[in-house]
Design a protein around this ligand. Sequence first.
Ligand code: A3P
Length: 273
Amino acid sequence: AGYSSPSSSPSRNATKQRLPGAIIIGVRKGGTRALLEMLNLHPDVEVAKAEVHYFNVEEHYRRGLAWYRSQMPFTLPGQVTVEKTPGYFASPQVPQRVWEMNPAVRLLLIVRDPAERLVSDYTQVLHNRVTRHKPYKSLEELLLRQGHIVPAYKALQRSLYHQHLDRWLDVFPREQVHVVDGEALIRDPFPELQRAERFLDLLPRITPSNFYFNTTKGFYCLLSAGGHDKCLDESKGRPHAPLSSRAFRKLCRYFKEPNRLFFEMVGRFFSWC
Ligand code: A3P
């Protein structure tokens, strides 16, 4: 379905590494790993297991497309390669670079309540610091000064979806960006995967029996065709760092207008706080 690029290889059926036909560009903590692993259930999808960080890390970008391709899985013609790097979404230089790689590439953006996302983002940074025995401020210390939201806080800025998407839509047409509802993916993954299959022009191959709710994990886990059972690792769906309900309400108020702008931009409403 339009994924095979002009092949330089003489053998039509050989598996080889190819540039991605679709990229999950973010958002960080939106459910990007879940979406990637779930898409990988499809027989015509192969994914780059690790985040590639090609377009957003200068040192990688300088290595050029041959390096990028070398990070990709081996695929057959007609299969689509997907990579996910949530850092792409909020990096200003990335949309143009992606376009230069392939102006027809399909983009997937998974979003979630921006206030919840911020707390999840903080929790991840905190966890990384704690593992390295480094101290870290409390979320309220970073988020509030004299009772007011600190607009410069990075995790807050990463939740301003309309600002980032606006830059992507300066480069790519709206139809090339598919928005996935991260909360819906948690509640019931199958319908979101059906929509993603359609967006990617894939045959409907993912079925409800690919998912089962794991009561221990508290999330859906994956069952692949070979009978392999897989839950995401414990860093996905972990308890959030505490935040007072007063501060959380402030956050919700802060995101009201940015959210409205985002809904307008994507032509869709989400019931966020
Ligand atoms: P929390 O850890 O805040 O709950 P990312 O992969 O982009 O870092 O996103 C992580 C988030 O994916 C988790 O955030 C979790 O809520 C969400 N998620 C969605 N589906 C999931 C699943 N089936 N298993 C675990 N986490 C899932």
